[in-house]
Design a protein around this ligand. Structure first.
Ligand code: UDP
Length: 457
């Protein structure tokens, strides 16, 4: 898909256009200022923050519009030099679930249009919307401001519905329709991986020449491996810092607690390991980091109850969402990080863990197939059968040399990704979208002028 996209503007004879000076980023349902790892705040928040910073470094000012979720928020917060977060009042501050937000789209859109109307004409060169709800606002803003719309879906309802966890609620038809509209209306669709690009083309009928693959990144300054030779000491220090067992094996799950992320598969696997390999299982602690989210909020204690019913409560530790500053210690404390998701558009946690030198055992779905290199930086597991997961996890826990080899592979693999690379990929997409948009507008004007001089009006 990347090849299909690369150089489209050139092939169409468009003039290269300079980098946009200022863009409006739309993130209706979740604020970049929220702590990721619970509720609606996750990888998309991290993505928007990290990319905005790097875009600003590259000279592109970013204004991020998000819904105000508290009465005491200032209208504008300067998040970093060149990056502002603008709070738009739309609906009650608290108590609205993401599913209820479509009813607030008019209010949100009005707030965004008002903010722009108070600026000089042509203030934003482009709109970049994240998730389908923001896309609906972006579509209108694009028409109103006469600028191109770049849209990132992050997750797709049709794909999600095809890979639902047992008992999880399917995404509603309204979302599917909204995503289909955006596939038609957006000037460019940004996909995290080639898998997502193909989903956009195959399941949504997207025009391949308007789909660009731009992979997410990882903060390689924050998520660093231990210095060679200090691995064991670093692991011990990290475990002490987090109050985790100093000895034995740790397998960590990091992310929002929801059925889609399948932390239950890890608990079932830990129970299956007791039957399969009691010696390894006796030394195992499963650490679950994160807070409830989505349909998991229906029963926030479900995972604690599951551990009890499996008879493994003594081997499971639950930690609240950790800040980005604490996460490196968490990843380094673990022997393995498990990502058993039923679907994952990319899987930033997998990349962060690998950047810290910890191998990842992940489900072979969606973006995880890109985020983890099977047998080199970790292991990919087909399906969600706890017996398969117990076999792979138990096998690796019993093989320290193999784990160390994968850990080295993990660090190498993670180095292929960085947020600076993501930002420069996005800038290329923006430039092309602006060039194409302006060329189209120009030819419409030329056609109009020709029609007038030919006496058509
Ligand atoms: N995260 C965090 N604290 C936590 C758990 C998760 O900051 O306690 C962050 C994590 O570092 C990652 C993001 O939330 O950057 C989760 O992204 P991922 O792509 O793995 O999953 P998503 O939330 O997008 O489904």
């Amino acid at each position: 898909m990347a090849e299909m996209h690369t150089g489209v503007a050139r092939q169409r004879g468009l003039q290269p256009w300079p980098t946009p000076r200022r863009i409006a980023t739309l993130s209706v349902h979740t604020s970049p200022l929220h702590q990721p790892g619970t509720g609606d705040a996750g990888g998309m928040n991290v993505y928007i923050v990290e990319v905005a910073r790097r875009l600003a470094d590259a000279g592109v000012e970013v204004e991020i519009f998000t819904r105000a979720t508290a009465g005491d928020l200032p209208p504008t917060v300067e998040m970093a030099p060149g990056v502002k977060v603008r709070h738009i009042i739309s609906g009650p501050f608290e108590g609205l679930a993401k599913e209820e937000l479509p009813a607030q789209m008019c209010a949100f859109t009005t707030g965004v249009l008002r903010a722009e109307a108070a600026r000089a004409p042509g203030y934003y060169d482009l709109v970049h919307s994240h998730y389908w709800l923001s896309g609906q606002v972006g579509w209108l803003a694009k028409e109103r401001w006469g600028v191109p719309l770049v849209h990132s879906a992050h997750t797709l309802a049709k794909v999600k519905n095809a890979q639902l966890a047992a008992g999880d609620r399917p995404e509603p038809k309204a979302r599917i329709i909204g995503e289909e509209q955006l596939v038609v209306e957006a000037d460019r669709l940004v996909a995290n991986t080639r898998v997502e690009a193909h989903d956009l083309v195959d399941s949504y009928g997207a025009d391949p020449t308007r789909v660009a693959v731009v992979e997410p990144g990882v903060d390689l300054d924050r998520f660093r491996p231990p210095t060679a030779g200090t691995e064991a000491a670093t692991r011990l220090a990290a475990r002490r810092r987090l109050g985790l067992p100093e000895h034995g094996h740790i397998v960590a799950f990091v992310g929002r607690i929801q059925p889609l992320k399948a932390p239950d598969v890890l608990l079932h696997a830990a129970a299956a390991l007791r039957a399969r390999d009691p010696e390894i299982a006796d030394q195992l602690t499963v650490v679950i980091v994160g807070g409830p989210s989505g349909t998991g909020l229906d029963r926030p204690t479900a995972l604690i109850d599951l551990a009890a019913s499996l008879g493994i409560s003594d081997a499971v530790r639950f930690l609240p969402p950790q800040t980005g500053d604490d996460l490196p210690a968490l990843y380094r404390a673990a022997d393995l990080v498990a990502v058993p998701s039923h679907n994952e558009s990319f899987g930033l946690v997998a990349l962060e863990a690998q950047a810290c030198g910890t191998p990842v055992v992940a489900a072979a779905v969606g973006g995880l197939v890109t985020a983890v290199r099977d047998q080199i930086s970790g292991m990919l597991v087909d399906g969600h059968d706890p017996v398969d997961w117990a076999r792979v996890l138990g096998g690796l826990l019993a093989a320290p040399a193999r784990r160390a080899g994968l850990g080295r592979g993990a660090v190498r693999h993670a180095r292929n990704f960085s947020w600076a690379r993501t930002a420069s990929g996005l800038i290329a997409v923006y430039r092309e979208a602006v060039a194409e948009h302006r060329s189209r507008t120009l030819s419409q004007l030329t056609d109009g002028a020709a029609a007038i001089s030919a006496g058509a009006f």
